[in-house]
Design a protein around this ligand. Structure first.
Ligand code: CP
Ligand code: NVA
Length: 304
């Protein structure tokens, strides 16, 4: 495994399976009261330029459970928010900390942080990708379906950070992946180039029914992501119909799962009925953020 987790494409299939195996072990141990202070004495800095519930709390609680501590660093309070260059911030923080999780806008900022800080950097969401979320998603699929072979993943909606990471992650572990996105909101070109290497295993369409046909797991995400609030009205028009609802589920596999990274907008990308019918899978997915990220931190920041 590389020294940082900047995007899903940094991980091989073997890396992902290793992380998921460790995550499952840590989950089992936590449920059975077995302590695992694998990061005792270590400190994770968590830089947030955007809001967060799950990412902030799961990293902070996870670090505590591993015997270390986490520092919440809002960009509003850091000098980075007043223009101190990321390359200087990186070289300073690397002397105090054992790892940094960063949530920001531009992927380049995360890449620059990794270039200048010689400690592990973990991407906690950018406009381009959300690898920590997709590791939790893959963990949840494996728990409910027993593996990935022969499964079809479907994504409905905006070709955003979630779409980008799900496409790469799903194809890497051997699933078939289909995405239905409006033509002006396709996934990133880099991701489509990556997917082109998987031939018929990937399909991009504008037709949600074509994408969802026989799917074993369906994903969606908000129509307007953080930072796009000003486009909300325009996007409500562009994404009309790009929704997971009972009619769409009727063409999916009989026992299809539904996943959502949260927060969800009921009545937009998913109906309240489908959300509640699949709430056990969706909240298990949210819980798995904790276990998957603990595994990532142990792999990147642990001693062995
Ligand atoms: N899914 C996710 O990353 O949630 P937060 O924005 O609450 O961290
Ligand atoms: N696409 C969403 C994901 C939130 C976890 C956003 O970037 O706001």
């Amino acid at each position: 495994m590389k020294n940082d987790l900047l995007k899903m494409a940094d991980l091989t299939k073997e890396d992902i399976i290793d992380i998921l195996n460790l995550a499952s072990q840590l989950k089992y141990e936590r449920k059975n009261g077995i302590e695992h202070k694998l990061l005792a004495g270590k400190t994770l800095g968590m830089i947030f330029q955007k809001a967060s519930t799950r990412t902030r709390v799961s990293f902070e609680a996870g670090m505590y459970q591993l015997g270390g501590q986490a520092l919440f660093l809002s960009s509003r309070d850091l000098q980075i928010g007043r223009g101190e260059p990321v390359e200087d911030t990186a070289r300073v923080l690397a002397r105090y900390l054992d790892g940094i999780m960063i949530r920001t806008f531009a992927q380049k900022e995360v890449e620059d942080l990794a270039k200048y800080a010689d400690i592990p950097i973990i991407n906690g969401l950018t406009d381009y990708c959300h690898p920590c979320q997709v590791l939790a998603d893959l963990m949840t699929i494996r728990e409910f379906k027993g593996g990935f072979d022969g499964l079809k993943m479907c994504y409905i909606g905006d070709g955003n950070n979630m779409a980008n990471s799900l496409i790469v992650g799903g194809l890497t572990v051997g699933m078939k992946v289909s995405a239905a996105c409006p033509v002006d909101y396709h996934p990133d070109k880099q991701v489509l180039d990556f997917a082109a290497g998987y031939g018929d295993s990937f399909k991009l369409t504008g037709d949600i029914f074509e994408a969802a046909k026989d799917a074993d797991v369906l994903f969606t995400d908000v129509w307007a992501s953080m930072g796009q609030e000003g486009e909300a009205e325009k996007r409500r028009i562009a994404f009309k119909g790009y929704q997971i609802n009972d009619e769409l589920l009727s063409v999916a596999a009989k026992d299809a799962m539904v996943q959502h990274c949260l927060p969800a907008h009921r009545g937009e990308e998913i109906t309240a009925e489908v959300f509640e019918a699949h709430a056990n899978e969706i909240f298990e997915e949210a819980e798995n953020r904790l276990h998957a990220q603990k595994a990532v931190m142990v792999k990147l920041m642990g001693n062995s």
